[in-house]
Design a protein around this ligand. Structure first.
Ligand code: SF4
Ligand code: SF4
Length: 381
């Protein structure tokens, strides 16, 4: 097959994740942003984002997720939403909710925003604020969620669960009902970046995991047809890994605040890659021809046991960033898989889970040198 034929068989990406900024008033210890956060002066100007949205529509992208950091901190957000809506792309705002006041929400709704996803740290206010590192965050989120429904927009509540809040999953689902959400996402922490630094502080027990799974199943049975409950299980207790991002460069393009195009948010942690920038390359060229995007796409790159495994086109070998974070080699089978040669690394982490969790290392701008706090740091804004 000629290279051109091979390229023409690459399906367009389903979604585009625009990390407009890494600025965020919260400090979640499992934040999916990289440890080295990008500064405001490096952020792309609106003109480039607008052009990226035009290109995305031409490429066949169906949905755009405005993310961050806190995307409402990016001033031109309503213009970007309007452009995406005008091009017929479904628009989703992924927000902490703490800055989503009435005026801001009205501008976004007017611009054509379709959906809002608000992240919650817990249902118990003092615990939620401690995890977020922000006094009063929980109350602001509740108010923002109510405003989203008043504005007639679709709402998802996202709860990241771990050892400090796993016992309150039934109440999380109830909160979704009370706030009129159409979807609740219960997602265990993913352990790379900030989550990996805080693994000992966050990893639940097997019994906690089983209780969360039972709560999700009970909620699904009780609320069938009324509320969708998505569930992201923790790799550390799974026998097989998840298909990270639906497979490397198969469904999503993530663009960092400075414009680097990535197959997933954590990909910048991988050494030896030169990820292309939307400042000087088109989205189509990046998607179809960039070597970094092609590197782990499909099954050709796979080592054994993935290469001859019947699940190779289901989980695509798991997460490349997790493979690198744990083994130092992004091309190895994800250690989360029980068949992986490095699976003992996962078993050891579970066995070494401390009975008393260490203090959180909060997500901070000085992220390349994270500092462990002796106690929860609460900031207000
Ligand atoms: S996970 Fe927390 S700190 Fe990270 S961007 Fe979201 S709200 Fe901000
Ligand atoms: S061996 Fe590879 S393809 Fe098979 S289940 Fe494990 S990670 Fe997935």
């Amino acid at each position: 097959m000629s290279p051109m034929n091979a390229q023409s068989q690459i399906e367009p990406p389903l979604g585009l994740i625009l990390e407009l900024t890494h600025r965020c008033p919260l400090q979640c210890p499992y934040c999916s942003n990289p440890l080295a956060l990008e500064r405001a002066h490096d952020e792309l100007p609106a003109a480039i984002w607008l052009d990226v949205l035009d290109q995305a529509a031409a490429l066949g992208v169906m949905q755009v997720h405005f993310s961050g950091g806190e995307p409402t901190a990016y001033q031109a957000l309503p213009r970007l939403v309007a452009r995406a809506a005008d091009r017929g792309i479904y628009t989703n705002l992924i927000t902490s909710g703490v800055t989503l006041d009435r005026a801001r929400l009205a501008r976004l709704a007017e611009a054509g925003l379709d959906h809002v996803q608000i992240s919650f740290q817990d249902v118990q206010p003092d615990s939620a604020d401690r995890i977020a590192g922000y006094a009063g965050a929980h109350a602001r989120k509740l108010a923002a969620a109510a405003r989203v429904r008043e504005a007639g927009l679709a709402l998802t509540l996202n709860f990241v669960v771990h050892r400090h809040n796993a016992q309150r999953v039934p109440r999380m689902i109830e909160l979704g009902e009370e706030l009129g959400a159409g979807r609740v996402e219960i997602a265990h922490v993913q352990y790379y970046g900030w989550g990996l630094i805080n693994r000992a502080a966050l990893l639940p027990t097997r019994a906690q995991l089983d209780a969360v799974t039972a709560a999700v199943e009970a909620g699904r049975a009780r609320l069938k047809g009324k509320l969708v409950i998505d569930y992201v299980v923790p790799d550390y207790y799974a026998r097989r890994p998840k298909a990270c991002m639906g497979g490397w460069a198969r469904r999503f393009i993530n663009v960092s605040p400075a414009g680097r195009a990535l197959p997933c948010q954590a990909a910048e942690t991988l050494p030896g890659f030169e990820f292309p920038s939307v400042r000087d390359r088109s989205l189509a060229e990046i998607w179809q021809r960039d070597p970094a995007f092609a590197r782990f796409r499909g099954t050709e790159w796979m080592p054994e046991p993935c290469r001859s495994c019947e699940r190779r086109e289901i989980d695509w070998g798991g997460c490349r960033c997790q493979a690198f974070a744990l083994t130092g080699d992004a091309a190895r089978t994800d250690p989360a898989c029980a068949l992986a040669p490095d699976h003992e690394l996962i078993l050891a982490a579970v066995a070494e889970r401390p009975a008393t969790p260490p203090a959180f290392v909060y997500r901070r701008m000085e992220g390349t040198q994270p500092s462990r706090t002796a106690s929860a740091v609460i900031t207000s804004k």
